[in-house]
Design a protein around this ligand. Structure first.
Ligand SMILES: Nc1ncnc2c1ncn2[C@@H]1O[C@H](COP(=O)(O)OP(=O)(O)OP(=O)(O)O)[C@@H](O)[C@H]1O
Ligand SMILES: [Mg+2]
Length: 499
């Protein structure tokens, strides 16, 4: 093996019941580089990294670090040998403090006791060094997901590892936080660390990576220098075919009838202030804005997940209270939350359970018994229309790739047959090909006469599928734009209106 290669993985295979997750995959990472690992949902990216990290035992293949053959039996061994990983699924002790999470498994000791002072001091050092301002004594569960993600990143960095794996680290980070993370990564690269970076965000990959390895269906497809490969080429290699259109044709017709009317809604505990707008039947309404503009709060207030200070909601002319999510579902609303991986998944249940859980009433026979056949049909519809890559509906949801877990949750909400669908970042963590399917589905739902509200940070997406775009700024509705005639600059300008 070549000595100057920091990491070399060759012929790595891994089989799970029903799937050959990895089939003789190779990966070479040089010291002092950022190496992007790309591929569709379920391509095997996380599995490959878990084989490196010792979370999974590979069936065959070899791993070399600086020319030495290694085979870690568990995460602890990997960490002790210079490999750290930020997992796609945050796996934190939520009832413990930030500090505890950082030091779990390696508490500094003073005799038989934990050296609290040393721990506090070193925690400060780690956070200062990375310019992170998070209260080390806060209980993990009280932090927003983005900060929890930052803690995980700080933890990985604090091991002084030679190799750091980041599996979709920016899924919950705001733009500023992403920039912050990138500064940290560049600094680590400067110091000779090899970084493996997994993301579905093309512009991030172009900005931060030196080399790209592309996987498809558990196989290695290509490795290229980032500057030598175009986005179109990356997409083509990822999906294995030409993707000529990024957005499907719009076939929905916006009706004159108002489906939902929101009047002067303000949030009790948020900066959401006096929001009013109409949503028509058959309409896809986009909501744009910078982080903290109140987009998620708007949806959560409508859905009764947060307390409103004032305002009214009308569905087809009738006022509805939407006091809490249960009430809202009954009224014909559905909300796909932004943090679905952290909040929406019943990990140890199978796909069928996870799919039908919010629409159980539909499968009752004589109002008494759940009809297995109906539930199976519904689940198969969801698997099929969202292209969930799974061996069967009996597979436990946690055995699916991250993106495929998300598709199951989207299916769950569609099955409640809502009149108004509130979608918060519906394509986050989802690969390019599957995004297209989700767009098609959104358009199809609008074509059936439903009203759809889509919150998204990806402006091309809003411009590509929406009939109208509402722009929020600092908790207020700043204006409304026509996707056919507007552009990203105009959206941004409105987004800054009340800053
Ligand atoms: N613990 C497991 N048990 C069974 N199958 C698994 C397990 N982990 C992963 N798989 C399967 O292995 C394949 C690869 O999954 P993996 O999580 O590596 O994909 P990924 O490339 O990381 O996708 P994503 O972009 O969605 O995160 C998938 O078919 C997945 O269902
Ligand atoms: Mg993954």
């Amino acid at each position: 093996m070549t000595k100057n290669h920091l990491l070399e993985m060759v012929g790595i295979s891994k089989y799970f019941p029903g799937v050959q997750a990895l089939d003789e995959v190779k990966l070479t990472v040089k010291a002092g580089t950022i190496h992007a690992l790309m591929g569709e949902n379920g391509a095997g990216k996380s599995t490959l990294m878990k084989c490196l990290f010792g979370t999974y035992k590979k069936d065959s293949g070899e791993i070399f670090i600086e020319g030495e053959s290694v085979d870690f039996g568990n995460a602890k061994e990997a960490l002790e040998n210079g490999v750290a990983m930020v997992q796609q699924e945050l796996n934190q002790a939520l009832t413990r403090t930030v500090k505890d999470n950082l030091w779990l498994g390696r508490y500094p000791l003073k005799g038989p006791f934990v050296d609290e002072r040393k721990m506090a001091k070193e925690t400060d050092e780690i956070f200062n060094n990375l310019n992170i301002s998070i209260d080390a004594n806060a209980i993990m569960s009280t932090l927003p997901v983005s900060q929890r993600q930052m803690v995980e990143i700080a933890k990985a960095v604090s091991y002084n590892s030679k190799i750091i794996v980041l599996d979709e680290p920016t899924s919950s980070l705001s733009e500023n936080e992403v920039e912050h993370l990138f500064r940290i990564l560049r600094d680590l690269r400067e110091r000779g660390v090899g970084i493996i970076y997994i993301s579905h965000k093309m512009d991030e990959i172009r900005e931060i990576s030196d080399e790209i390895t592309i996987m498809r269906d558990g196989q290695w497809i290509a490795t290229e220098a980032t500057q030598d490969i175009s986005i179109d080429e990356i997409i083509r290699l990822m999906v294995g075919r030409e993707l000529t259109h990024r957005f499907p044709d719009k076939t929905n017709v916006v009706k004159d009838d108002v489906m939902m009317s929101v009047k002067n809604i303000s949030g009790r505990y948020t900066n959401l202030h006096d929001a009013s707008f109409d949503l028509h039947a058959g309409e896809i309404l986009g909501v744009a804005g910078l982080d903290g503009a109140g987009r998620t709060e708007l949806l959560e207030n409508i859905f009764g997940e947060m307390t409103r200070k004032g305002g009214q909601i009308f569905l087809e002319g009738q006022e509805v209270q939407n006091k809490n999510p249960k009430d809202s579902i009954k009224n014909g609303f559905a909300l796909l939350t932004e943090e679905r991986r952290a909040t929406g998944i019943l990990g140890i249940r199978d796909i069928l359970d996870n799919t039908v859980i919010s629409s159980l009433k539909r499968y009752l026979n004589f109002n008494l018994f759940l009809d297995d056949k109906k539930m199976l049909e519904a689940t198969e519809w969801a698997i099929d229309s969202l292209d969930v890559r799974t061996p069967s509906h009996k597979t436990q949801i946690r055995a699916l790739s991250g993106g495929n877990q998300q598709k199951v949750i989207i299916g769950r909400w569609l099955l409640t047959q809502p009149k108004v669908l509130l979608l918060d970042e519906p394509t986050r963590g989802i690969d390019v090909g599957a995004k297209y399917q989700i767009y098609e589905l959104i358009i199809e739902l609008a074509s059936e006469g439903k009203g759809v509200v889509v919150v998204s940070s990806e402006m091309p997406e809003l411009l590509g599928i929406c009939d109208r775009i509402l722009v929020m700024s600092n908790g207020r509705v700043a204006g409304e734009l026509d996707p056919k005639t507007t552009n990203q600059e105009e959206i941004l300008k409105l987004a800054e209106k009340y800053l």
